[in-house]
Design a protein. Structure first.
Length: 192
């Protein structure tokens, strides 16, 4: 199964997805990485792993989200993408792109959804006094962080955790969960 990964930053989840997809028995392969930020560190990491990586800067488009997405979609189509995986992609998608990839668009979110959709998940979990935190892989629908849940992983919150220390523990869990959930999803979706 041909997977494209959309990123905006460091790309550590992207790297985990690429690595798992390059194992001989993997049910998917990452064939393309697209970043909306030309300075995203993940672009060079992807290229070093032999994966085509392109930047499509959203800034020249201003409020024209559809114009930016049309270029993203052109890249996805040219790479014969079958599944799109968001990995720290910090742009809201339009209903058009979400609809175009319905049931073939997944995301990872650093909380145990439905708790803490949106930003600052770790600070919010700590402020609430939660003893457990984690991450969620879900299908993307029009509502932000609202789609059907595919998989979750939990981590313990420690007594002295800060948002930074908790985010590091959750990120490590993300790196294990996302490749596994994506592989399972590809098998279920494409090999009935
Ligand atoms: C991850 O925590 C992901 O869940 C999120 O943003 C972070 C991206 O990190 N929404 P990276 O770019 O994958 O390293």
């Amino acid at each position: 199964v041909r997977v494209a990964v959309l990123i905006s930053g460091a790309g550590s989840n992207m790297a985990a997805l690429i690595d798992a997809g390059q194992r001989p028995d993997a049910p998917y392969e990452v064939v393309l990485v697209v970043s909306n930020d030309p300075d995203a560190g993940g672009l060079a990491i992807a290229r070093a792993k032999g994966v085509a990586a392109v930047a499509i800067d959203h800034r020249p488009f201003g409020k024209d989200r559809a114009g930016h997405e049309a270029l993203v979609q052109a890249q996805l189509a040219a790479a014969e993408t079958q599944i799109v995986a968001l990995a720290g992609y910090m742009r809201l998608l339009t209903p058009w792109l979400v609809g175009r990839w319905a049931d073939r668009l997944v995301n990872i979110h650093p909380s145990l959804l439905p708790r803490y959709p949106g930003l600052d998940t770790h600070a919010r979990a700590l402020a609430a006094g939660d003893s457990v935190a984690g991450c969620t892989v879900h299908l993307v629908t029009e509502g932000v962080d609202e789609g059907p849940i595919l998989a979750q992983a939990q981590v313990s919150v420690l007594k002295d955790d800060t948002p930074t220390s908790l985010s590091q523990r959750v990120l490590a869990a993300e790196h294990a969960l996302y490749p596994e959930a994506l592989a399972r999803f590809c098998i279920d979706r494409f090999r009935p």
